[in-house]
Design a protein around this ligand. Structure first.
Ligand code: SF4
Length: 304
């Protein structure tokens, strides 16, 4: 075992820390994580952990969510790892939407800042967006910030008017329909699974459109399929290959690399455990309001 990994493991034990890592993290970071998952899985882990320190290997809004749910010491090894999609909507934008559409509930993807969460009504993830929107007791809702995930929800939830915000994930937009068409020619028996943050032409070509936890389920339920074309951040192929070594996972585009997700390295994780820095903290007033929108998501899902 390499020296950095050994030290990380020692400090983890000594300080009662847990490492939570998103499916898009670097392979070596995935390898040392206590729990890997999507935003929903990791938020549940943060909520229920009895560790004293959470080292969050993901991006800033995820670490904020972990803090909101746990109020533990939350470390983000590279504090500059943000999410351009989350940055596409601000608290002021939400306040403007409220003025423009008074009384219309606002659902925000978990990819939003704590400040934005403090002003919206419901939170959702790519794994539960359809369920959450369909259960909101209103025939009109505003969905922010991802217009592609919002459009995906719109197709599934036909009995509601859904107003979309013009946000998008630059990494997922690197995946083009031509990429999928080329790969389908090369691997005619492969199944195509793509994330709902992909553009609609890409979604149209897929056998399944789902978040990363949905991708794991889909592969598990299709053991007869040998090859999958995976339309999401490339880190997911590493995760899938580890879980299903007998099957093959081809990234829909090698260009779909989220630079922010790759900022957390083993060296930075070790430093953050040693120094207990950089910490992610949310102002108490914002936290209370943001907690409510996440709590409403759990309530609609029937989770306490
Ligand atoms: S992959 Fe896209 S949505 Fe996810 S963190 Fe990177 S920019 Fe944000």
């Amino acid at each position: 075992m390499n020296e950095t990994v050994e030290k990380i493991n020692q400090l983890k034990k000594q300080k009662n820390a847990v490492i939570l890592a998103h499916n898009y993290q670097l392979p070596e970071v995935q390898d040392i994580a206590d729990y890997l998952g999507d935003s929903l899985d990791l938020s549940m882990r943060a909520k229920n952990t009895d560790a004293d320190i959470i080292v969050f290997c993901g991006v800033h809004f995820m670490a904020e969510t972990a803090y909101i749910l746990s109020k533990k010491l939350v470390l983000l090894p590279d504090i500059t790892s943000g999410c351009p999609l989350a940055d596409m909507i601000t608290k002021n934008d939400v306040l403007e939407l409220k003025k423009k559409y008074p009384g219309v509930p606002i659902v925000g993807y978990i990819n939003t800042s704590a400040e934005v969460k403090s002003e919206i009504d419901y939170c959702c993830t790519s794994a539960n967006a359809v369920e959450i929107v369909s259960k909101i007791p209103s025939d009109k809702v505003i969905f922010v910030p991802d217009k592609y995930l919002g459009s995906f929800v719109k197709r599934k939830v036909k009995d509601k008017e859904i107003i979309l915000w013009d946000g998008y994930c630059p990494t997922h937009l690197k995946i083009l329909d031509e990429d999928i068409k080329k790969l389908k020619k090369k691997y005619p028996l492969a199944k195509v699974v793509v994330h709902p943050e992909c553009n609609l032409a890409v979604q149209e070509l897929a056998d399944e459109v789902c978040g990363t936890s949905g991708m794991i389920k889909y592969v598990k339920n299709n053991p007869q399929v040998k090859t999958f074309i995976i339309g999401t951040e490339v880190g997911m192929c590493y995760r899938l290959k580890k879980l299903f070594p007998e099957q093959e996972f081809i990234p829909a585009s090698e260009l779909a690399v989220c630079p922010n997700m790759k900022k957390n390295t083993l060296g930075k994780i070790l430093f953050s455990l040693e120094e207990e820095q950089p910490q992610v903290v949310v102002d108490e007033e914002i936290l209370k309001k943001a907690y409510k929108c996440i709590e409403r998501m759990y309530t609609l899902m029937g989770i306490q």
